[in-house]
Design a protein around this ligand. Sequence first.
Ligand code: HEC
Length: 239
Amino acid sequence: MSSIHNDDPNPNQEPTHEADVPPDPIFVIHRAAMREMDEPRDGAEPTPVSYILLCFAALMWGGWYIGTYAGTWSADGLAERATAGAAITAPAQNPMELGKEVFGVCVQCHQENGRGVPENYPPLAGSEYVLGDKRKLAALVLRGLGGDVTVAGKHFNSQMPAWDNRDDEEIAAVLTYIRNSWGNKADPLSKEFVAAVRKETEGKGEWRPASLDAFAATPPPAAPVAAPPTAATPQAQTK
Ligand code: HEC
């Protein structure tokens, strides 16, 4: 600054001689930075074609993979018994096996041994509901039951939820299973039969024992699966 120091080649500038003043660290840093080569800049160069192609190929492969392995996009699309391809993966499942599997949802109340829980859950073993009229049985399990029922001589007064969220094959299998377990012996139900009862009881809420009896007493509508008209029908009309 002062004109006395005329050895400074540029007296108007701030003294930068290392000897004079310790250099401000900011200059040191900057000088080092200026000395280096420019950092290569990202983002300005064109995307390589090979990279675009690679992304495209990955997308195509992903689409193919999902298309091939996502099943039918439905919740049970990957279920073993999925309708498409069922013939290849699972040949028609034995109804007793499938029935046992479905019975897993009944176990908590009716118990593994089918004896139920005294006072709370009626038995299925030796039950007249299970061994009796198939149409009544399917109707009750599909639509639920509540109220005072007598099963194998014992009273129960509780609620059973409807099982109409299960498909016809599952209902047919579980009913066939309970009709043929724990010493029970009765003929099986077909899924077509269950489908017919499901249709017939569409919109019917939970049964009461009386409404269920009344339903069972009415003849099923004429349908391919319905029993052919018996002698009981003309009799009922004449009397
Ligand atoms: C949450 C407990 C519960 C579950 C789970 C349940 N039930 Fe029931 N079930 C009952 C109750 C309670 C009754 C009696 C209802 C009443 O008191 O009116 C009953 C009655 C029945 C009856 C008629 C009475 C008898 O004992 O024979 C059948 C048949 C039956 N259930 C079958 C099934 C089947 C099949 C399943 C599985 C798909 C099932 N239940 C799951 C509680 C249950």
